[in-house]
Write a protein that binds this ligand. Sequence first.
Ligand code: AMP
Length: 284
Amino acid sequence: MLKIALPNKGRLADDTRQLFGEAGLDIRATGDRALTASLGGEFTGLFVRAQDIPEFVADGAAAAGITGWDLVCESGRELELLMDLEFGKCRLVVAAREESGIQKLEDIQDGVRVASSFTRLTQEFFSKRGQKVTVVPVSGATEIAPHLGIADIIVDLTSTGSTLKMNGLHEVGTVVQSSARLISRKGHLPEAAAKLEELRQALGSVLAARGKRYLMANVPRRVLDTVREVLPGLNGPTVVDVQGGDYVAVHAVVPAKSIYRTIAALKNLGCEGILVTRIERLMP
Ligand code: AMP
């Protein structure tokens, strides 16, 4: 059975667990130690730290894995990106103290000390820009480094920016945009590649469904053409005759984001019996 490396704890673990559950690949522990688990009887899950996953996958200890794109880039290993999973969104940014006088990347002088746990990406980022900085490696709490006087600026992950702000830091530039990704090693044999494609589709169908709703409504026949414009659906709405009546039943897949407006529009057109449900999986 193919092994899939998954984050055992931390920010990405819960969302990963939920995604696999929704894709019909429930995580069931197989031994006393929580290192491995069955993923719906289809794959073996290998639970390790998010930052170790690029190495595990690149070295072939697992056929594929889920981890943050920032960690994949920092590893420097050549890996294949199979899918963006759209959770764990964050940015690796350059940040400076409010009073540093550094407002933009160009303000960073040669010789500046940059604290980061992403030493490789930091070095590469400034080298490419032709700026000669000194990278100070730290393993956590990067945001306090400028206050301790061990660095002038930092390169750290942020999503809302509130931790930076709380520490009197402001963003100066972005090194990399990240989110959780499904990655694999290049050059799998056809059988393994097919199995990974199956996994990619299963996870993708859950993600595709999250942004959509299934809508049903009874539509007066005379406004059907207008309703078709309101409900483009996947391949146009499904229209079912309601026997002997002036109404037709219309079913469509609609964006969750605009459901409020869609319902209001249908109501205004005289539609009745409007029903909206979640979709578990969507494979167009
Ligand atoms: P962990 O240290 O196990 O919690 O995982 C850290 C990983 O979670 C990072 O490398 C990112 O890929 C991801 N992540 C998502 N949002 C954030 C955030 N706001 N701060 C830090 N890491 C984040």
